[in-house]
Structure formats: C-alpha cells, structure tokens
Design a protein around this ligand. Structure first.
Ligand code: GLN
Length: 195
C-alpha cells in the first residue's frame, strides 16, 4: 500500500500518524529531503507556520517539497495549510505556494479562534461509517481562507468561509481532523494518494 509521509519537524505530526494508523495506512516521518523518496503523498501538520517555515528554509526542504508536489498529493492542516497558500497575510510570509488561495493567520474572532464547530462536508467527502453526520472541525488559532482561485474546489465551509479546499492533488484544511476519531478527511486524502 502507498506510504504517506508526515513532515515531522514541529507541531502535531504524531496525531496525524495516529489518524493514519486508525485507517490502516502506512506512514513515514519526514525530516529531510531524501525521506520523500518513494512516498505516495505528504502531510504538512498543524503547529506554528513561522517555525515550520524557518526549519524548511534551514534544511533546504522548500524546493524538494515543491518538486514532490508536482506529481504527488500533499495535505496541509492549519499551519500546514498556511504553508500551502500562495498568499499569506497577518503578517505576510513566504510559503510553498501550492494552492491559489489567500489565508489570513489567526483571523477568526475570539469565539471561533480555538473551538470545535460542526460543519457539513460536501458529498464527495461524506463517505464511510461517519457519512451523514456533521464533521467536527477542531480550530486552534486557525487561519481564515479569505479568497480562492477558480481552480480551487471547496469541500467544507464554516460560517460561509471555506475550511477545506482542494486544488488538483493538493488538499488544505484550516482545522485539525487528526484530533478527532472521524476518519473522513484522512480517508479522502489517502484515496487521492492511491488513485
Ligand atoms: N496560528 C498558527 C500559525 O499561524 C497555526 C495554528 C495551528 O496550526 N493550529 O501558524
């Protein structure tokens, strides 16, 4: 079965490994470019995007991940999604520029910034044993996706703003599906990686 890489330099990479274990998908932690070799997909976890970015720059991982993303699926959650956006605000910072979207860091009001919100997934995401129930979106100092390009598909929204988006082989969510038992989002990504 296709092995999925999880960027394991900072943030909640362990939680992603547990989410993959729950659905029986093998994984490898990635800390250097050579570890991308042979993987069928890559997860960029939540954490602190500035710290992640600094490490990616220091370890010269930005370009290898961009290359990897040319032909393989990549999934970013929260800080990982910030790294995938092509425009970052509050403040502006460089990124991998993998998805045509503008994200604003720490931009939900105090009520929503860190909370658990029920959201309705689009039908293509709503599969398996959890289908038909709301998805619990765990938000932790989450960014807001303010704008998406025409090629970006919105797979879930919260208060009319996109919280899970896809552009080709690239998936980004502002919440943390790895912190709930719900397997829909990880199953969806692993299907992208195996088809
Ligand atoms: N606020 C963090 C950032 O800007 C993201 C938080 C998270 O990943 N849960 O990078």
């Amino acid at each position: 079965m296709t092995k999925i890489g999880i960027l394991a330099i900072q943030g909640d990479f362990q939680a992603h490994s547990q989410a993959l274990t729950r659905i029986g998908v093998p994984f490898r932690f990635v800390r250097k470019a050579s570890e991308l070799c042979g993987l069928g997909g890559l997860i960029l976890p939540g954490g602190e995007s500035t710290t992640l970015l600094k490490f990616l720059q220091e370890e010269e991982l930005l370009e290898p991940i961009r290359q990897f993303a040319q032909s393989n699926p990549v999934f970013g959650t929260c800080a990982g999604a910030i790294l995938m956006a092509d425009q970052v605000e509050n403040p502006s910072q460089p990124s991998l520029e993998l998805i045509r979207m503008t994200v604003r860091r720490n931009a939900y009001g105090r009520q929503l910034a860190s909370s658990i919100q029920p959201i309705e997934p689009e039908p293509e995401l709503d599969t398996g044993p959890e289908a038909g129930t709301p998805l619990e979106a765990v938000l932790i100092r989450a960014p807001v996706i303010r704008q998406v390009g025409p090629e970006v598909k919105i797979l879930a929204r919260l208060a009319s703003q996109p919280v899970l988006v896809r552009q080709g082989l690239r998936l980004a969510g502002t919440f943390h599906p790895e912190l709930t038992k719900d397997t829909r989002v990880h199953r969806y990504f692993c299907q992208m990686a195996s088809s």
